[in-house]
Design a protein around this ligand. Structure first.
Ligand SMILES: NC(=O)c1ccc[n+]([C@@H]2O[C@H](COP(=O)([O-])OP(=O)(O)OC[C@H]3O[C@@H](n4cnc5c(N)ncnc54)[C@H](OP(=O)(O)O)[C@@H]3O)[C@@H](O)[C@H]2O)c1
Length: 258
């Protein structure tokens, strides 16, 4: 019972791992001793993150656009040139689109669903042999999909396709968990509340909006890197090996305390 949260030596992928929440997760897993492959659409962001993490562990940035199935497949192939197994897949990359209902464009559906739902599915499909190879009954391979409170409650964000995509990834996580349990692969969704990234900059930019938000958070603050990394490490380690098909809220009580 001494190494329940040990993930050292595991191999992980964090999509969108150069910026925002993904960057927090990348750094957390690297510091905990995992070998982490992270993606960004921008080569420069891959290199910048590598430079910032230099000396802290084992990692590599791979430039990848996950908005098309071809881009997802290309990234999976690049990964498989270096590794034949995968212990932890964190589908974090995501995009949002906010607009008034009257002018909400059709393309905001296809583009958001492609990155937030289809890409995680395609990546699981393409990396299934590597996940299976890493998996055992005592130490399953782990898939963690980053969902959102917006997919579990009606947040007033005018982000219609985003909220729907996050509800979809919550449910897809359960469907995949049921399918892949026999392969010793766990699949869970982490459901963040509000964290300080570019996705929430429009809220944090206005005192009134921020105060209004914090009044709705039972624990009274936004999430931090430690909150996100801690739950990822839990789900990736021995401690979380018996947890699958769960939508785990990391939101200061916004969903759980209702
Ligand atoms: N911040 C919050 O409060 C919050 C709350 C609930 C859920 N979330 C979820 O957390 C995840 C990370 O969001 P964030 O808050 O960190 O926002 P963010 O700073 O805007 O980051 C979005 C991430 O997704 C990646 N990405 C976007 N489109 C992509 C594409 N076509 N191909 C590959 N990667 C793409 C970005 O990569 P590059 O820009 O580097 O290419 C970036 O790393 C998302 O799934 C989001 O829905 C966030």
């Amino acid at each position: 019972m001494t190494n329940l949260f040990d993930i050292s030596g595991k191999v992980a992928i964090v999509t969108g791992g150069a910026n925002g929440l993904g960057r927090m997760i990348t750094e957390g897993l690297v510091t905990a001793g995992a070998r982490v492959y992270f993606t960004s659409r921008k080569e420069a962001d891959c290199r910048a993150t590598e430079a910032e993490l230099a000396g802290s562990g084992d990692f590599r940035g791979i430039a990848a656009d996950l908005s098309t199935p071809e881009g997802v497949v290309a990234f999976a192939r690049t990964y498989l040139e270096s590794e034949d197994k995968l212990d932890i897949l964190i589908n974090n990359a995501g995009r949002t689109w906010g607009a008034p209902i009257e002018s909400f464009p059709d393309k905001a559906w296809t583009q958001v669903m492609a990155v937030n739902v289809q890409a995680p599915f395609t990546l699981v499909r393409e990396l299934l042999p590597a996940l299976r190879k890493a998996a055992s009954a005592e130490n399953p391979a782990r898939v963690i999909n980053i969902g959102s409170i917006a997919g579990a409650a009606a947040e007033k964000l005018s982000a219609y396709s985003y909220a729907s995509s996050k509800a979809a990834i919550h449910h897809l996580s359960k469907v995949l968990a049921a399918d892949l349990a026999a392969d010793n692969i766990t699949v869970n969704a982490l459901v963040p509340g509000y964290f300080p990234t570019s996705m929430t900059s429009h809220i944090r930019a206005e005192d009134e909006k921020l105060t209004g938000l914090l009044e709705r958070v039972p624990l009274g603050r936004m999430g931090t890197a430690a909150d996100m990394v801690g739950t990822c490490i839990f789900l990736s380690s021995r401690a979380g090996a018996y947890v699958t098909g769960v939508n785990l809220s990391v939101d200061g009580g916004m969903l759980g305390c209702r």
